[in-house]
Write a new protein. Sequence first.
Length: 229
Amino acid sequence: MPKPCGLNKARKVSADKTPIVVLISGNGSNLQALIDASAESNFSISAVISNRPDAFGLERATRSHIATRVLDHTEFSNREEFDLALQDLIEEYQPKLVVLAGFMRLLGGDFVRHFLGRIINIHPSLLPKFPGTHTHQRAIDSGESEHGVSVHFVTEEMDGGPVIAQERVPVLADDTAEVLAARVLEKEHQLYPRVVSWFAADRLHMSGHSAVLDEQQLPPQGARTDSNT
């Protein structure tokens, strides 16, 4: 079985902060938002793991003295073997939460069940609308007046886990997919650190197929975030 590559040593994780591990595949702009927020928040990033050795997010982590590991999926013969190696690698850091931030690999049932209730994802649409890819163009083509971003618990159904929170943006008449994506990305960078901090504060958990915040079961669209929650 291929061994993961370690690219730099970990910075010391504060004992009074909740440890998280972030999985990435690419640029890592949401990772950067989490790194920036972690300085003043209640969580700390123990490691960043990428399935692609050329992911720029690894450089972002290195600059902030966060441990980086590479587990190249192309070196594994099947998804199950990769998932098991990834599970073992994550557990080396004993995180309270696993955060998917542009991690472009479907995770198998055994992996998801192992981390159920402590793994979250961010998706650029107002779920359950537009799961999968090319969400911005699909929103434009469908004549949507609103689009946005969802943070949800990860389950075996792709982009189908309980929604924790959403942020909305208008779809304007002259929007292209690129322009709309940039507007949504600003909301992503605000929303993801907030949700992670809820979990770190023991305010957020998953119960059945629902997200629960402050002991209140959230509606299908998740929590309102237009206040200082």
